[in-house]
Design a protein around this ligand. Structure first.
Ligand SMILES: [Zn+2]
Length: 613
């Protein structure tokens, strides 16, 4: 309101001038507030494939009412940390310095690594530019806003929080055993018409070393029909009180002891219960806790959204019978958490730009991107299952989009984008193993596993489809071993060797093998890329470290993910773009560049973009 009064005062002061100049009516006042949501992993071309299954109220509404593009041209490599840094700063990776999800910091020792999600870009970000001009940004798990330093903080925020322990599937009892009788008094509200049986699960220790509480369930028969048929579980807390009930297919949230700061808990699902209690299968999720600021935002999130549920768990997809349904239920819950968090932030209203996040298309895409038809080993049934899962995931994302779009009714702008799409992959290569076999990487054995020696001639940092080779140059980095002449020779040898590697179809294994200077055409000419930029070819994912089988492993292994990104320029890796707001005429563009988004957002607020002073 204060700002409106100010505008009115200014208008009054300028009134005589305006009358003299007889200028036309001023353009409508720009909207004061913008919601930007990144749908991580949402490919522009993929959206086009799924559009006929979407509702009119989500992405299609945004397309109908605003400016949209067939593709948001992402940066190289098309990795989450890299692309978000470039979107946030309006600058290429060679300007932000964030060149991969994990990379070697120029000038550091050979084995030093930087986490691209925690790194500060070398240039100003959108939230910094807005703060400089007296405006506030809220960031809800936006990659790059970790809250861990002043530069990576916003006044209101929610950070990506790793689960405190991993999820797992519990199956029992052991072959040939039976579940013990529950030799305890049941809570008064629990009845069982057959002798109750006990399921006791001791979850493994969390990442913080803390032992989670054991989980106790009682298998019960709730029907008074004279038959011994178990039909559900009752979850008991440590005091033996009822925490909740589970029938097959149900999820239940269980709380954990918290540190007093925030709610903490895990989700469990009863996957299977044999009526004679001879078989019980439970999915036990990891322990989550929301990490948000300021404190009152954290408290409201805990109250309205529950604890941080964590991403869908790939453990559900392992084995001969992948549980896609439960996996997608987790993806949907996580999506809902982010949408609900946005709605809490919306009611606070103490921001001008909100950066929202929806990671589900990326998470599901890594596991369930349909394989390429015609590829070796193509499995039609698997392809159809994956296709259906991706369709469902787009629908979940679309429901979230519809909820963000309600911000239009409050007079604001809504902008949807993404950092990259995804490519199907069918094989995986370990670049470090390639270099080790040629003697360019030397290793020690630590607890039976190879680790790169600090005096190795070279090392490599790998993320997605990208590998950055770093030479251990004497005089340029602590502990360096290669003279300039040796370095030049090794570099030429490595580049030549990698350029000659072919896949089983005769295509190059790496679509790009570029010296640092040559990486300028990719927007990657930055010292942090090291000496050589490798981008894998179609169908290939790269993996850090060494294969389990060591020197006996084939160079090319079957992929352990279905989809991957982090490659060079490719329309199928480009993202989505929609921008709706008052006064924006509907228009369809072929392309918007990711690095133009920050300036666009700033301009809608009448502010200067990041980097401008
Ligand atoms: Zn991503």
């Amino acid at each position: 309101m204060a700002r409106l009064r100010e505008v009115a005062r200014l208008a009054a002061a300028l009134a005589p001038l305006v009358a003299v100049a007889a200028t036309p009516a001023p353009p409508p006042e720009p909207p004061r507030r913008i919601v930007v949501v990144s749908f991580d992993g949402a490919g522009g071309l993929d959206f086009a494939r799924h559009r006929n299954t979407l509702s009119p109220d989500g992405f299609l509404r945004a397309e109908r009412e605003g400016v949209s593009a067939a593709r948001l041209q992402t940066v190289t490599p098309s990795l989450t940390a890299v692309a978000h840094a470039s979107i946030s700063a309006g600058a290429l990776p060679q300007a932000t310095g964030i060149v991969s999800n994990t990379y070697w910091p120029a000038g550091g020792p050979l084995k030093a690594r930087v986490d691209g999600f925690a790194a500060e870009p070398a240039v100003e970000t959108l939230w910094e530019a807005l703060a400089r001009q007296g405006h506030r940004v809220a960031a809800l798990s936006w990659p790059g806003v970790s809250g861990s330093s002043t530069r990576s903080s916003t006044p209101v925020g929610l950070r990506w929080a790793s689960l405190r322990s991993g999820g797992f599937v519990w199956r029992g009892p052991e072959e040939g055993a039976v579940l013990p009788d529950a030799a305890i008094a049941l809570p008064p509200e629990v009845r069982s018409y057959s002798p109750p049986r006990l399921v006791r699960i001791e979850p493994t220790r969390g990442r913080d070393g803390a032992a989670p509480r054991p989980l106790r369930f009682v298998v019960v028969d709730t029907r008074d029909d004279g038959r011994r048929e178990y039909d559900g579980l009752a979850a008991l807390n440590e005091a033996g009180e009822l925490e909740g009930r589970l029938r097959p297919g149900d999820w239940l949230a269980l709380s954990e002891k918290s540190d007093g700061v925030a709610l903490r808990g895990r989700w469990v699902k009863l996957l299977r219960l044999a009526p004679d209690a001879s078989r019980v299968e439970l999915y036990v999720g990891g322990i989550g806790q929301t990490e948000a600021w300021p404190d009152d935002f954290q408290r409201t999130l805990d109250r309205r959204c529950g604890f941080w549920p964590g991403p869908p768990d790939g453990a559900l997809l392992s084995g001969p019978e992948p549980d896609v349904k439960s996996f997608l239920e987790m993806a949907s819950r996580f999506s809902e958490f982010f949408t609900a968090a946005y709605e809490v932030a919306e009611r606070r209203g103490d921001w001008d730009v909100l950066l929202g996040y929806q990671p589900l298309l990326d998470e599901v895409g890594h596991e369930l991107t349909p394989p390429e038809p015609g590829a070796a080993g193509f499995d039609a049934a698997r392809a159809e299952r994956a296709e259906a899962a991706m369709r469902e995931t787009w629908r979940i994302a679309d429901r979230a989009a519809a909820r963000y779009l309600r911000f239009l009714e409050l007079g604001g702008d809504v902008l949807f984008l993404s950092d990259h799409g995804q490519r199907p992959v069918r094989r995986v290569v370990h670049p470090a193993e390639l270099l080790r076999r040629q003697g360019w990487i030397t290793t020690d054995s630590l607890a039976g596993r190879p680790v790169v020696r600090p005096d190795s001639p070279a090392d490599v940092a790998v993320s997605g489809g990208t590998a950055l080779v770093v030479l251990n140059r004497a005089g340029e980095m602590p502990g360096g071993v290669l003279s300039p002449e040796e370095g030049a020779g090794v570099l030429a040898d490595i580049a030549g060797y990698l350029r000659d590697l072919k896949d089983e179809t005769g295509a190059p294994l790496f679509e790009t093998v570029a010296l640092r200077g040559e990486a300028a055409t990719l927007g990657l000419d930055h010292p942090n890329v090291g000496d050589l930029v490798l981008l894998a070819g179609k169908g290939t994912a790269l993996r850090g470290g060494f294969p389990k089988l060591g020197a006996d492993a084939p160079i090319v292994l079957p992929a352990d993910v279905a989809g991957q990104h982090g490659y060079g320029p490719d329309p199928s890796l480009d993202g989505i773009f929609f921008h709706v707001g008052p006064g924006l005429e509907p228009a369809r563009l072929p392309l918007v560049r990711a690095i133009d988004v920050a300036a666009r957002v700033a301009a809608r607020l009448g502010l200067s973009p990041p980097g401008a002073r």
